[in-house]
Design a protein. Structure first.
Length: 105
């Protein structure tokens, strides 16, 4: 009965709720979250539209792949938050000038 009363309170315990280690999925989840934060923060400045659109696009790709291979609900939660932020930054970056921003065309 001592096993049932034991609780872990750290981020990896939330991400690895099935008791197994998922280093690839956890890395992708945190990477998607960081890329989404960068995309949203750089989208606040119209002059950084190249950064926000490219980082957002990479964050969307990373998040979609991670969502495809994720194993636990905690990982999926971080993926959805990161995907939403990356998509928001991507779309605002597109509205401010796009992926190429006048470099091509």
């Amino acid at each position: 009965m001592a096993q049932a009363a034991r609780t872990q309170r750290n981020l990896l315990a939330l991400l690895n709720s099935d008791g197994q280690s998922h280093p690839v999925e956890n890395t992708l989840a945190v990477t998607t979250l960081v890329l989404g934060a960068i995309a949203v923060l750089t989208a606040l400045s119209p002059s950084l539209h190249l950064v926000s659109s490219w980082v957002g696009l990479i964050g969307i790709g990373t998040g979609l792949w991670g969502q495809f291979i994720s194993s636990t609900t905690g990982e999926r939660f971080l993926f959805i938050i990161g995907l939403g932020a990356a998509a928001l930054g991507f779309y605002i970056g597109l509205a401010h000038g796009g992926l190429f921003g006048g470099v091509i065309g």
